[in-house]
Write a protein that binds this ligand. Sequence first.
Ligand code: GDP
Length: 424
Amino acid sequence: AVERALMRIVIVGHVDHGKSTLVGRLLNDSGSLPEGRVESIRAMSERRGMPFEWSFVMDALKAERDQGITIDSAQIWFKSARRDYVIIDAPGHKEFLKNMITGAAAAEAAVLVIDAAEGVREQSRRHGYLLHLLGLRQIAVVVNKMDLVGFDQARYDAVVAEYSAYLSGIGVTATHFVPVAAREGGNIVDRATDTMPWYDGPTVIGALDGFTPAPVLDDRALRLPVQDVYKFDERRIIAGRIESGRLAVGDTVMVSPSNKTVRVRSIEHWGRGTQPVVAGTGRSVGITFDDQIFIERGDVISHVDQPPVLTDVFRARLFWLGRTPLAVGSSYVMKLATRQVRVTVDRIEKVIDAGSLSGADDGTVPVQVERNAVAEVVLRSRGLLALDAFNQLPNTGRFVLIEDYDTVGGGIISMDGYPDQRDA
Ligand code: GDP
């Protein structure tokens, strides 16, 4: 059988604007739920004396997953005629940011939900900004709860106009808007020709089907951040996930930041099958080398001719979530791929309020970054770091900042103005 294509999506928007309701509807209306599932959830809410909500579907799937009842519900997914979709769970703002940045779960497309009656809120704008910052260019904007505004086209047009103006202000142009009634069901999978005959664009699932999958990074430079080093007898197995490129047995690779080179002896296989001789992007691998070299978690394996940038100072654009403002001289733990390292804020160059877009270019020199603002900063680490510019290699070009075990920010690296120090 041909394997169906899979696309990872994230659903964001202001609280109560209808994200969970939309998810319940997407699962149901696309026929992705097992027979009788919704009926049993309905019956259970009746027994508990609660009016049924479509959001209960997601709650039920999540509860099952947390108890580990079925493997199938480990992820929340639905299908269209075109492909399967996995919804990346992002219960809160921080989890969302963390999920988006910690690579493995990075979304390829987003659905951003706006309540037609309440209209565009701060959080709607911030989420849009964050999606853009993290490189997500495929966004379907759902204008939900159209029933609350009498399915009025003028109201829909006003929300579309306001939010498109915001998006174009941050450089997002290609976006779909869809008027939706998630609770009663309309324009999600099935067209709402009775209530919104004036709309002739795609449904939510149609808009998603129109998106293109993230480019496969197999042909890009190899980046294998080291996750663990295991000792077996006298052998050592280096484990990690290939974030870009392709690795083959016999390749001579370079380890950064130590600059050592070594030949790959084997790619171990986890599970069944024969030992692979080549492994591509997305694969978790264990490899052995011809020689014993010192290598540790956080190091980055590349090919010799296309190594990562090596530097202890770099420019970044970050989204700040900390309760206390980010200030020049403050230091945080930075997580970049598998590396954890302390960095200090060297300079704040620009601060932008992601909600209002104020401060974009007013010429003043900011001294600190308030919660929920975006800033361009220069960060410095004590030792040399192996990294990439986000626009070159996204998976090794984004990071989160941690303070007291708490995620306080996340961002992307731009090397502008800071040279590679590898050969310095
Ligand atoms: P979330 O916080 O964004 O996940 O929002 P929920 O999906 O939990 O929805 C919040 C509330 O809005 C719930 O009471 C839903 O029943 C209600 N709601 C969601 N979609 C619609 C809709 O299309 N029309 C109306 N009238 N209410 C809706």
